[in-house]
Design a protein around this ligand. Structure first.
Ligand SMILES: Nc1nc2c(ncn2[C@@H]2O[C@H](COP(=O)(O)OP(=O)(O)O)[C@@H](O)[C@H]2O)c(=O)[nH]1
Ligand SMILES: Nc1ncnc2c1ncn2[C@@H]1O[C@H](COP(=O)(O)OP(=O)(O)O)[C@@H](O)[C@H]1O
Length: 203
């Protein structure tokens, strides 16, 4: 029997660099995992692709998924729904593949309830000024939305205490290296590997 995959939850305020760090890990890292594409009702940004960046859905479609118990978790964030389709996550974990979720804090806390053996990592900015700079520099939000995201960011950073690990995204390679270290160590936890030793130590 193959060991079940590990669920890795990466959260952090909007603009901290979650997507950038995740893409860097998928591209270069020796760490293997699948990324769970989220569903959202927000508008597609230029360059985004349906099914790759998000599954872009209408409010009605999203609410139908919720009703059918199709979501592992979901939250409203700056007036839009965001959520994790449950089926994909379970399929991958059952196949022994690690899955990474990149989600905001309310959703992460729902996952904690349902899948407590996940690994919960909070990505933080070096400071609030650089967070604002990154969101502004990304050029995807107007001033009003940036203000909303910054207000939300302060509250989100307070939620850091509910996570297992905190990683500062000062430089992308540093953050990637730290997250890789966390994942490697988590794979060695006795609780995760004990099944492989049952033949030696008995039940
Ligand atoms: N709860 C939850 N949050 C999500 C999900 N997908 C994305 N988010 C979060 O929703 C917030 C807004 O996402 P988005 O509009 O793409 O902005 P960006 O992540 O700041 O580029 C971010 O904090 C995301 O991490 C999801 O499936 N569930
Ligand atoms: N370590 C970093 N230093 C400087 N800029 C960064 C860093 N990480 C990400 N960025 C930039 O910050 C902006 C927001 O990053 P993004 O990955 O979209 O954040 P998130 O997914 O958390 O909303 C992007 O323009 C990205 O290039």
């Amino acid at each position: 029997m193959s060991t079940r995959g590990m669920l890795i939850v990466l959260s952090g305020p909007s603009g901290v660099g979650k997507g950038t760090v995740r893409k860097a890990m998928l591209k270069n890292s020796s760490i293997k995992f699948d990324y769970s594409v989220s569903m959202t009702t927000r508008q597609m940004r230029p360059g985004e692709v349906d099914g790759v960046d998000y599954y872009f859905r209408t409010n009605e479609e999203f609410e139908e998924e919720i009703k059918n118990d199709g979501m592992l978790e979901y939250a409203k964030y700056v007036d839009h729904y965001y959520g994790t389709p449950l089926k994909y996550v379970n399929q991958k974990l059952d196949a022994g593949i690690d899955v990474l979720l990149e989600i905001e804090v309310n959703g992460a806390m729902q996952v904690r309830e349902k899948m407590p053996d996940g690994v919960f990592i909070f990505l933080t900015p070096p400071d609030l000024t650089s967070l604002r700079d990154r969101i502004t520099h990304r050029g995807t939000d107007d001033e009003k939305t940036i203000d909303k995201r910054m207000e939300k960011a302060k509250k989100e950073i307070q939620m850091m205490t509910s996570y297992d690990y905190a990683v500062v995204n000062d430089k992308i390679p540093n953050a990637v290296e730290k997250i890789e270290g966390i994942i490697r160590s988590e794979h060695l936890r006795v609780a995760r590997v004990i099944d492989q030793y049952k033949k030696i130590i008995g039940d």
